[in-house]
Design a binder for this molecule. Structure first.
Ligand SMILES: Cc1cc2nc3c(=O)[nH]c(=O)nc-3n(C[C@H](O)[C@H](O)[C@H](O)COP(=O)(O)OP(=O)(O)OC[C@H]3O[C@@H](n4cnc5c(N)ncnc54)[C@H](O)[C@@H]3O)c2cc1C
Length: 442
């Protein structure tokens, strides 16, 4: 066991949300970190900068409401001392009830902190294996490099699962025609609102859907077509949703409910919402418009929306591989590898899904690696908490099919048969009680 006053460094592979959160948890406890990050030398196909903790798609970390699953998880992680969430609140941009950030300012601050920390040795290299010696946290994310994936596949002897995701385009704010749009948040018609809403008439909507379906898509290589069957439903490309019926988008990302166009005083037939993407409010992303159309086609089709006729696209949508491990066989609830307790896995690679969830497992892995270094007992948050429920989900051995999961109230057992809102309130109350007790015992 390393000495408490001169601890050996913990190796962290991957400087994303989970890896940087884990780094923080270690260095704040005086434990040195050797952090491997491969970008920009080796790219991932989705990351665009050389910054740590880059948000690859939406700039939203999900709901900020205390009675929502993601809001509850945030509450727990902040109480636990999450650096990523504290930084997210520091660089928050208006987004209704969601926590959205200026992605550039957010990632810059984290990069500056981590790379500048005296206890961090930053190694700008791709790791193609996990060191046998010392404590290691693997947080290489959904776009883990092929060399590392190969190593993991060989080491664990499991067939890796993977599914596909898609990211949404971003446009310049100045290029949005506000004569054809209005500001409002859903269900709050009285307030000015943070979102820019782009209404469509029935005719405009039907033309949009027809052109969307006709538009050319990027062809996936044959070996990826098989994995495509495992599309993660929460992040389906809009052309895929539209293919299920002409009305499908009006019940999905183009739903008009809760929105009144102040010029007509009526609910539009369909609405595309745009959400602020940076602090300067110079960029907006097309909410829910993940797509796999070829780039020229994306611009052509989205410009059929009246407010976007002159839109300047700064980023276009794309589809990407999204890898995760079969954690129920591999991990303990402390996020250690079952037969290699000096290895921890964190982030999306564990089978959690989402920025906040990845941050949460990074926090837990970093916290436990610190405790292991300091000779303390490792912890797993109680199943009644949101973080604990997520960890139970990814380590539960009885899954028929293990697919990635974000924070949600379905992770909890039936609480005293309470219906609807009462059940949710009971879960939240119990989660808060359990978390307070867990934390007090620490
Ligand atoms: C394209 C895409 C869009 C997504 N959109 C959203 C979204 O809108 N909202 C949401 O909540 N979640 C989204 N996710 C899911 C997920 O929440 C994010 O990917 C999140 O960033 C995962 O955190 P992480 O720390 O596990 O991985 P990442 O943040 O991806 O960090 C992993 C890091 O490891 C590095 N790396 C990989 N392999 C190696 C190696 N061998 N050696 C060294 N470094 C390596 C990578 O360069 C990267 O910096 C998306 C995922 C993808 C891929």
């Amino acid at each position: 066991m390393p000495k408490k006053n001169n601890p050996a460094p913990v190796t962290i592979i991957g400087g994303g949300l989970a890896g940087t959160e884990a780094t923080f948890q270690l260095v704040r406890r005086g434990i040195p970190v050797r952090l491997y990050e491969m970008r920009p030398r080796v790219g991932t196909g989705a990351h665009q900068t050389d910054l740590l903790a880059e948000l690859v798609c939406s700039n939203s970390l999900g709901s900020n409401l205390p009675d929502r699953a993601s809001g509850l998880l945030k509450e727990e992680l902040r109480a636990f001392g999450s650096y990523i969430l504290d930084t997210a609140y520091k660089y928050r941009v208006p987004a209704g009830n969601a926590l959205a950030v200026d992605r550039d300012a957010f990632a810059r601050e984290i990069t500056r902190y981590v790379k500048g920390h005296s206890l961090v040795e930053f190694i700008n290299e791709e790791a193609d294996s996990i060191p046998e010696e010392g404590l290691v946290i693997v947080a290489t994310g959904p776009l883990t490099s092929p060399a590392m994936l190969q190593f993991l596949a060989k080491k664990f002897g499991h067939k890796h699962l993977s599914f596909f995701d898609a990211i949404a385009p971003i446009v310049e704010a100045d290029s949005i025609d506000l004569n054809h749009a209005f500001r409002a948040d859903r269900y709050h018609p009285e307030a000015k609102g943070d979102h820019i809403n782009c209404p469509l008439t029935k005719e405009e909507y039907e033309t949009f859907v027809a052109e969307l379906l006709k538009a050319r898509k990027i062809e996936l290589p044959a070996f990826e077509k098989e994995a495509r069957k495992q599309f993660f439903c929460a992040c389906q490309p809009i052309e895929q949703i539209a293919a299920t019926g002409v009305e499908a988008l009006r019940f999905g990302p183009f739903k008009p409910v809760g929105l009144i166009d102040p010029r007509t005083k009526r609910r539009p037939y369909a609405v595309l919402q745009l959400r602020q993407d940076n602090l300067l409010s110079s960029l907006y992303n097309l909410v829910g418009c993940q797509t796999n159309l070829v780039h020229g086609e994306q611009e052509r089709v989205f410009r059929l929306i009246p407010a976007l006729r002159q839109a300047k696209f700064v980023r276009l949508g794309q589809m990407h591989r999204n890898a995760y491990l079969y954690s129920p066989k591999i991990l303990t609830t402390t996020l250690q590898v079952k037969d290699r307790p000096n290895w921890f896995i964190a982030g999306q690679l564990t089978g959690v899904e989402g920025y906040t969830e990845s941050t949460g497992t990074g926090l837990l892995a970093g916290f436990n690696a610190a405790r292991l270094t300091l000779g303390k007992t490792l912890v797993d948050p109680p199943p009644a908490t949101m973080l604990g429920a997520l960890v139970r989900y990814i380590t539960f051995p009885g899954h028929k099919q293990f697919t990635p999961m974000n924070a949600n109230f379905g992770l909890f057992g039936d609480l005293s048969g309470e219906p609807g809102d009462d059940r949710r309130a009971a879960i939240i109350a119990e989660a808060r009680r359990a978390f307070r007790q867990f934390f007090a015992e620490l």
